[in-house]
Design a protein around this ligand. Structure first.
Ligand code: GLU
Length: 456
């Protein structure tokens, strides 16, 4: 995918190789004493590109993790950050573990030990390498990482910025947990603001009433499905989870399904829905938008030709393989690529990191000032027009933006701008064949410019 973009560009010889290569990948093996035994764990932290520091990217806990995957995901982080134009290089980490097999106490011990090993090598560091949540990890693990790091280096005033995705009371930021799903919503909204793009996907209108098949009701899939159905009127007609899939032509109440999944460890048995044991078969279901929000490589050579959705929004990292991508493009399927579509997470991570370095919450200084200004405008209007300002407008004008409102505004702006930059490249260059190639071109151009002006 990278090479396809490079072929459309004219970079100085060798620069593409410099951008493509993964700079380093540490493999760590460390022992942890659990209740009645010792266990040796394997983890990685890959640093793909250090054209800007710190490098950024999540840490996943998965028993299928391996070095190749970590390096590929680190590369994706480099391009993701460049596409949404946030000042980070790309990194990724993984621990080879199935977190379901360990108690909370054991996971804490393992995470703290992993953090020490990473910190020793500057692979967790507020100005060098800043991890975040990914598959199998969340704010709980980020809290442990942050606390371990800050205990090691209490003198570092910016220590809190060593990791993002922390709980809000530990220096996290409002809206980070939902950020990737929110970004999928904002990205899709922007796509539907361009009727020509919608028509290319053989669709029309807005998100209202669109039939969505979603794979994965984890952090990303849950929030994307919730916001798209509750706020945009889309219908989530099929939900694919670990234990199978459920379908309902009327669309699901995502909160109710989530509760069922939490209580039953799966979607099976959700009242009033049709259950299919072979869940992944429903990636091929007839729908308007397919949102893979779980694993890599789920749309591949084996099923690509049968995918009926005219639009795929890649909420997961790498859900469509290279071979499948070719098949789908030939079929005319429009793909909104992962490096853009799921960049909401790292975007809000950026806001959190800035907040940690500044050690002040967003909106703290301006909020009441803004409210006073709103009141002044109302007073002036009422004086001049001699009629009261309607309550709804009054409420809006006298509510200053708090941190969550500012995070949403910043994320919305980021997703809108980036989509327009991608589509401009796609529309203006004949040899750029799809949105993914355009997104790569956008990222590589930005990174290349940086290298060229650094003179490396
Ligand atoms: N793990 C997320 C991703 O793949 C977030 C990374 C971050 O916030 O640094 O984009």
């Amino acid at each position: 995918m990278f090479d396809r973009a490079i072929d459309t560009m004219s970079l100085p010889p060798g620069l593409a190789d410099q951008i493509r290569s993964c700079n380093s990948c540490y493999q760590l093996k460390f022992g942890v004493k659990l209740d009645d035994r010792y266990e040796v764990f394997t983890g990685w932290r890959a640093v793909h590109s250090e054209h800007i520091l710190p490098v950024k990217g999540g840490i996943r806990y998965a028993d299928f993790a391996n070095q190749d995957e970590v390096e590929a995901l680190a590369a994706l982080m480099t391009y993701k950050c460049a596409i949404v134009f946030i000042p980070f290089g790309g990194s990724k980490g993984a621990l080879k573990i199935n977190p379901r097999n360990y108690s909370e106490h054991e996971l804490e011990k393992i995470t703290r030990r992993f953090t020490q090993e990473l910190a020793k090598r500057d692979l967790v560091h507020p100005s060098l390498n800043v991890p975040a949540p990914d598959m199998g990890t969340g704010e709980r693990e980020m809290g442990w990482i942050s606390d371990t790091y800050q205990n090691l280096y209490p003198e570092q005033v910016s220590g809190m910025g060593c990791v993002t995705g922390k709980p809000v009371h530990l220096g996290g930021i409002g809206g980070r947990t939902e950020a990737t799903g929110r970004g999928v919503q904002f990205g899709l909204r922007e796509f539907f603001r361009h009727p020509e793009d919608v028509a290319r996907a053989k669709l029309e209108g807005t998100l209202e009433g669109k039939r969505i098949v979603i794979q994965g009701l984890g952090n990303v899939g849950y929030h994307a499905a919730k916001f798209l159905s509750e706020e945009d009127g889309a219908k989530i007609v099929t939900i694919i989870e670990r234990d199978g899939a459920i379908s309902s032509a009327d669309g699901f109440d995502i909160e109710a399904v989530k509760q069922h999944v939490n209580e039953n460890r799966g979607v099976k048995g959700f009242p009033g829905a049709e259950y299919t044991e072979d869940g992944s078969a429903l990636l091929e279901a007839d729908c308007d938008i397919l949102i893979p929000a779980a694993l890599e490589g789920v749309i591949n050579q084996a099923n690509a030709a049968n995918i009926k959705a005219p639009l795929i929004a890649e909420a997961a990292n790498g859900p469509v393989t290279f071979a499948a991508d070719e098949i789908l493009r030939e079929k005319g399927t429009v793909i909104i690529p992962d490096a853009y579509m799921n960049a909401g997470g790292v975007t809000v991570s950026y806001f959190e990191w800035v907040k940690n370095l500044a050690r002040i919450r967003f909106g703290y200084l301006e909020r009441r000032h803004e409210e006073r200004r709103g009141q002044l405008i109302i007073d002036a209007l009422e004086k001049m027009l001699n009629t009261p300002v309607p309550q709804e407008i009054r409420d809006q004008l006298t509510t200053g933006a708090d941190e969550l409102a500012l995070v949403r505004s910043g994320l919305d702006d980021t997703m809108r701008n980036a989509y327009n930059e991608i589509r401009n490249i796609f529309n203006s260059r004949d040899n750029v064949v799809d949105l993914r190639t355009a997104a790569f071109v956008l990222a590589i151009e930005r990174i290349a410019k940086k290298y060229e002006s650094m003179g490396l």
